[in-house]
Design a protein. Structure first.
Length: 276
C-alpha cells in the first residue's frame, strides 16, 4: 500500500513541473475539408509521433472543444491531427503523411471509433491504436436495423496493439439516491467480442475511476454534459480535470513508447484498489 502511495505521490509531483511547450497550429485542406494540426514547434516531424484524432459523434464534434486535451498531448510531444467524418479524406491524409512522422497512431473518442475502423484497415503501416470509451454505433449509422442486436465483427487486419481507456462513470448508473442512466452501455464496444475476433491483437484495458465520458472535453462543455446526460467527476475544479487529462496523456505516452504504467493507473484508482 505504502509503495503504491509513494509512487502515486511522486507522479503527481512530477506533473507539477510540466510546462506548456510552444505549439504551432496549421490546416491541411482537402477540397472543402479542413484537418487541423497541432504540434510542438521545436521538434522535427520525423521525431514526433502523430496522433490521428477521431472525435466523438462519429468525428462530427469539432476538435475545438477538446482544446485542453489536445494541448496536454502536445506537452507530451505528440502531433495531433484532428480529422473530419469524411473517411475518404482521412485515408488521403494517412497516405500523404505516411513518411512524415516517427509513427502514426489513431486516437478515438466515443463513436469516432467507427470512423477509425473504416480507415485503419486500409493502412498497413498503422500498428497501434488508442480507443477512449469506444462506442460502436455502426449499425445505427448504416441503418442496419435488421441486425441491430447481433455482434459486430470489428476485424482488424494490420493492428498489433490497442490501448482502451474507459472512464468508469460512462458505464455505471444508479437508482438511489438519484436516478442516473449510464451514458454508453447500449452502444459500448463489446471488448470480449473484440478480443475474440482479433486473437492475435494485444489489448490493454485501463479504467479511470470517478470520471465520465465527457470529462475529456473543455470544461464549459464537460460541465454542461455532466449537468445533463453524461455524469462525470463530482469535482469540477479545473485542477482536477487537468489532472485527468494529464493522466490520459501519460497513459497514451507510455503505451506508444512502451513505458511502465504502474504509477499512472493508481492516480485515478480508488483507495480500495490499493493492495498491501
Amino acid at each position: 500500500m505504502y509503495k503504491k502511495f509513494l509512487i502515486n505521490l511522486l507522479f503527481c509531483v512530477a506533473n507539477s513541473f510540466i510546462v506548456n511547450i510552444p505549439v504551432s497550429s496549421y490546416k491541411r485542406i482537402y477540397d472543402s475539408n479542413i484537418i487541423k494540426v497541432y504540434e510542438p514547434e521545436l521538434i522535427e516531424k520525423k521525431d514526433l509521433n502523430a496522433l490521428i484524432f477521431y472525435t466523438g459523434a462519429n468525428s462530427i464534434i469539432p476538435g475545438d472543444i477538446y482544446s485542453n486535451f489536445i494541448n496536454t498531448l502536445n506537452n507530451y510531444n505528440f502531433s495531433v491531427n484532428v480529422v473530419t467524418n469524411n473517411n475518404i479524406i482521412t485515408n488521403e491524409l494517412l497516405y500523404d503523411i505516411r513518411d512524415e512522422y516517427k509513427e502514426i497512431i489513431p486516437l478515438t473518442h466515443s463513436s469516432g471509433y467507427v470512423n477509425a475502423l473504416n480507415t485503419i484497415n486500409k493502412q498497413k503501416n498503422i500498428k497501434k491504436a488508442i480507443f477512449l470509451d469506444p462506442v460502436d454505433n455502426s449499425k445505427l449509422v448504416n441503418n442496419d436495423f435488421l441486425n441491430f442486436f447481433s455482434s459486430n465483427k470489428n476485424d482488424l487486419k494490420y493492428l498489433e496493439e490497442v490501448l482502451i481507456l474507459n472512464a468508469e462513470k460512462s458505464y455505471k448508473g444508479s437508482i438511489f439516491p438519484k436516478l442516473v442512466i449510464p451514458f454508453i452501455p447500449v452502444f459500448g464496444l463489446n471488448i470480449d467480442n473484440f478480443e475474440k475476433n482479433n486473437p492475435e491483437l494485444v489489448v490493454k484495458k485501463v479504467v479511470a475511476q470517478e470520471y465520465g465520458h465527457s470529462d475529456i472535453l473543455d470544461s464549459l462543455w464537460g460541465d454542461l454534459m455532466h449537468a445533463t446526460i453524461s455524469k462525470g467527476t463530482e469535482d469540477r475544479d479545473q485542477k482536477n480535470l487537468n489532472s485527468y487529462l494529464d493522466w490520459l496523456a501519460n497513459e497514451i505516452y507510455n503505451f506508444v513508447n512502451k513505458k511502465s504504467e504502474e504509477s499512472v493507473v493508481t492516480l485515478v484508482a480508488s483507495t480500495s484498489d490499493y493492495e498491501e
